[in-house]
Design a protein around this ligand. Structure first.
Ligand SMILES: C[S@@+](CC[C@H](N)C(=O)[O-])C[C@H]1O[C@@H](n2cnc3c(N)ncnc32)[C@H](O)[C@@H]1O
Length: 269
């Protein structure tokens, strides 16, 4: 039962003898009529989107849906740093710029940095708020990025089209992660690089920050298991230095632990 409906029914028991009529869902809203005597009140209740329903059984405060992400992105100027992730910088330093696909690109810090290095980048995220911010930042920095708003669970990128496919801190339960991992690897061109960076499950006990729900964390093994036709160059738990403010709850710890997988697609025979 959605929270708002629950709140109403509790209130009704405590204060008045209210009755509620719940109308069918229209669009993504459902109307609820609450009445007491001659008083009638129609309320609107937001119905969860299909992507929300998909993960409903496993949802936690770390397993966010599109609306949660939109809200988060609306709340601050930039949720993440505007600087690229340190592993993206390090792992692409020896690559010749080509076509790159950044999946779950968020506000676009990595996509924009890659574009600045000469990559032709497509950035995809299901939060249109994040994508709008990315567009503005790219414009401000004078680079072109192709932006797409899409749910990656249903997104099929062009197969074998990208010399770099990047997935950075996508935090989803295993079923959805597997679907996206498969699609992401299909998009890598022969000889191209696949890069998966994520909050590692060991971060819960030994690192700082990041989601607290183990269901949305992974390990290098989880990712490598989903690679077929790739040579794995790196599959490790990497230490990422964290700004002091983010490690305030554990001042003695200075690093977050990330899953870092870098692999190259074997050329077609
Ligand atoms: C932790 S943020 C990482 C953003 C970016 N990769 C970065 O490192 O700055 C995770 C991103 O995944 C996106 N996301 C989560 N589930 C998604 C889905 N099913 N389809 C598309 N994007 C999704 C969110 O909107 C959010 O922008």
């Amino acid at each position: 039962m959605p929270c708002s409906v629950f709140a109403f029914s509790t209130w009704s028991v405590a204060v008045f003898q209210l009755s509620a009529i719940i109308a069918p869902v229209v669009g993504n809203e459902r109307r609820i009529m609450v009445s007491s005597g001659r008083l009638r009140l129609w309320c609107r209740d937001r119905v969860r989107s299909p992507s929300h329903q998909r993960g409903a059984a496993q949802r936690s405060c770390d397993n966010l849906d599109r609306e949660d992400w939109d809200k988060r992105y609306r709340e601050s100027a930039f949720v993440w740093s505007v600087d690229p992730n340190q592993f993206v910088v390090a792992e692409t330093a020896d690559l010749e710029p080509g076509r790159a696909l950044d999946l779950a690109a968020g506000e676009g810090r990595n996509a924009i940095w890659l574009a600045e290095q000469g990559w032709k980048v497509t950035a995809v995220d299901f939060s249109d708020v994040a994508v709008a911010k990315g567009r503005r930042m790219a414009q401000h920095r004078g680079v072109r990025v192709t932006w797409e708003v899409a749910d990656l669970v249903a997104y099929a990128p062009v197969a074998c089209a990208y010399t770099l496919v990047l997935v950075c801190y996508l935090q989803l339960p295993v079923d959805e992660r597997r679907v996206i991992l498969a699609q992401a690897t299909h998009a890598v061109a022969p000889g191209g690089t696949f890069l998966w960076i994520a909050h590692d499950v060991s971060n819960l006990e030994q690192g700082v920050g990041g989601p607290r729900d183990p269901a949305v964390l992974c390990s290098p093994k989880d990712i490598v298991e989903g690679l077929s036709g790739f040579e794995v160059l790196k599959a490790e738990v990497a230490r990422r230095s964290v700004e002091p403010a983010r490690s305030a709850t554990a001042p003695e710890t200075v690093a977050a632990l990330d899953t870092l997988v870098r692999a190259v697609r074997r050329p077609a025979r």
